[in-house]
Every structure is written in structure tokens, then in C-alpha cells.
Design a protein around this ligand. Structure first.
Ligand code: SF4
Length: 294
């Protein structure tokens, strides 16, 4: 019998494709963002500790060579530090070759942690935190009900940096529609410059039926960006970025044009490439709308 029990839909970052996924929590404790439908069907809760412990022990017997683990669901980092330390300890015991554990986090989770607690988790191989920032524009963060201001996000991210855990930040291209595009691009660049993350992932907005954002579009309150406007918004953000050594990826299935760069080294060539695409505007250069995915 398969030893792992999964509940609801399972989401993970593309870079965790080879990781063993264990659900430490179910759903998202925030679950209010206006564009998101990921965990709408799940009521947030922590997994039963004994059940999770049994799963980790069985997985350790079956796959003792596991090197990477992703702790799902939407924000396992919301658990108390003491509980997370217990889980990390169990993972280290079950998988002697463990190299890295990764989690998703909300900005609010980071504000509940201190850097000493985060450093203790790092010592037990918490090696990547994926933080959905979505935007650095204060007005847009309020609008999408992210539950945190740019200042709070920067403060929480600062604790992760202080603890020495790599941070991968996600921003959503097109999230402000036509109306707020420039403010979204500039505000996001400003916040990212302050955080100076190791990784930056750019998703492109998908408008999901049933979400508040979808309703706003239907009511004419938000005008979605077309593919070329999306690229212009990326260009504006990249133009204002000044990061020390950030790996930038916009190669998610939702993106119209796959982009990859190390920003400290390739920023100018990335801007030149975007200018070239925006000048030609050849439709074949972009992913077809029907082939974009979440
Ligand atoms: S915090 Fe993340 S998972 Fe939770 S509702 Fe917002 S976008 Fe969705």
C-alpha cells in the first residue's frame, strides 16, 4: 500500500519536481487572496502529528536515499517553530542523505517567526522558503487582500535573510491589470531591491472563474493586460531592479515568453531581448493563450 496520504489538490513550485512531497498542513491559513483558487475547497488545518510521523517513518524505510523534501500545503511555515523543529528532526532521522527541505510561506508566517528560530530550522536543513509576494505596490496588496504591506513583507523577508535561508520570491505579472500596471512594476522592483532575494519567479496572471478577481474583470473594474502589455510590464520592472545576485525565472507554464537570467550579470541583455521582442511583436514568439497553464 502507498504509504503517503494526500488530501485535496497538491501544488508545488516547478523546482521541487524531484522532491518527496509530504503534507504537513492542509490548505492555506490565509486563503483570502482575490486571484487565487488553489485551496478554496480545503479548510486549513495541521496534519495529525502522529499520522505525519508514521508517514515520514514509512517513507524513510521505502526511500532512504531521499535528498529533497517539499513540505506542503500552501504555507507549512505557519506551524509553530517548535512543531516545525520536530518535523525537521524526524525528516533528518528518516532520510540520512537529506540535503534540503523547502516550504511555501505567507508574509504573515514570517512575521510570527524570529531569526533565531529560523536559523534553528536552517540547521536542520530548511534550505528554501518560497514566498508569494505577488506585488510591491501597497495599493495592489490591499486590493488583492494579501494581508500584508510592503513594509511587513520586507521585515519578514529580512528575518529569513538574517537566518541564512535562501528566499525565492514570486511576483505576478499583469496582476494590476491595465489600470495599475506601472505602479505594480515599479512598486515590485522597489520591494525586491529592498529584500534582495536569491531567486525571483515571475508568474503571469491567469484569471480563474469563481475568484473575486474574475468577478472584477467581468464587471469591467479591471482590464486584463494583453501579452505585449505583459511583456512591457516585465520590462519596466526589470529596468528598475538592482539586485546583487538573483536568479530570475519567468519560465512557468503561465508565462507568454520564457525568460531566464542572473540579474546582476544579464540585466542589460534581458532588457535588450525584451526590446527586440516588443519591437517585432511576432505572434509566433509567444506561448499560445490556450497553452498557458497554472
Ligand atoms: S496566500 Fe497563497 S495560497 Fe493562500 S490564498 Fe494567497 S495566493 Fe493563495
Amino acid at each position: 500500500m502507498y504509504p503517503l496520504h494526500y488530501e485535496g489538490d497538491i501544488f508545488r513550485p516547478p523546482s521541487e519536481a524531484r522532491s518527496l512531497i509530504l503534507q504537513a498542513t492542509i490548505g492555506c491559513s490565509h486563503n483570502r487572496c482575490t486571484f487565487c483558487a488553489m485551496y478554496k475547497r480545503d479548510r486549513f488545518r495541521e496534519r495529525d502529528p502522529e499520522e505525519l510521523q508514521r508517514e515520514i517513518a514509512s517513507a524513510g524505510r521505502l526511500w532512504p536515499h531521499t535528498r529533497r523534501v517539499f513540505l506542503a500545503d500552501g504555507n507549512a511555515l505557519t506551524l509553530e517553530t517548535e512543531r516545525l523543529l520536530e518535523i525537521m528532526q524526524s525528516l533528518n532521522e528518516a532520510f540520512p542523505r537529506l540535503e534540503r527541505v523547502a516550504v511555501y510561506a505567507n508574509p504573515q508566517d514570517l512575521l510570527k517567526k524570529d531569526s533565531a528560530g529560523l536559523a534553528a530550522l536552517r540547521d536542520l536543513k530548511l534550505g528554501m522558503i518560497y514566498l508569494g509576494v505577488e506585488s510591491g505596490s501597497a495599493a495592489l496588496l490591499r486590493e488583492i487582500k494579501k494581508g500584508a504591506t510592503p513594509e511587513e513583507i520586507a521585515r519578514g523577508a529580512g528575518r529569513v535573510k538574517e537566518a541564512g535561508i535562501p528566499l525565492s520570491i514570486t511576483v505576478i505579472n499583469g496582476l494590476a491589470g491595465h489600470e495599475g500596471s506601472a505602479g505594480h512594476a515599479r512598486g515590485s522592483a522597489r520591494l525586491l531591491n529592498e529584500i534582495d532575494p536569491e531567486y525571483l519567479g515571475l508568474l503571469s496572471l491567469m484569471i480563474i472563474p469563481g475568484t473575486i478577481l474574475h468577478r472584477r474583470v467581468e464587471e469591467g473594474l479591471l482590464t486584463p493586460l494583453g501579452p505585449w502589455e505583459m511583456l512591457r510590464e516585465i520590462r519596466l520592472m526589470v529596468e528598475h531592479l538592482d539586485l546583487s545576485s538573483c536568479v530570475f525565472r519567468a519560465n512557468h507554464a503561465s508565462n507568454y515568453l520564457p525568460l531566464k537570467a542572473v540579474l546582476s550579470r544579464d540585466r542589460e541583455s534581458l532588457l535588450t531581448a525584451l526590446d527586440g521582442v516588443l519591437e517585432k511583436k511576432a505572434p509566433g514568439m509567444l506561448r499560445d493563450e490556450d497553452h498557458r497553464l497554472l
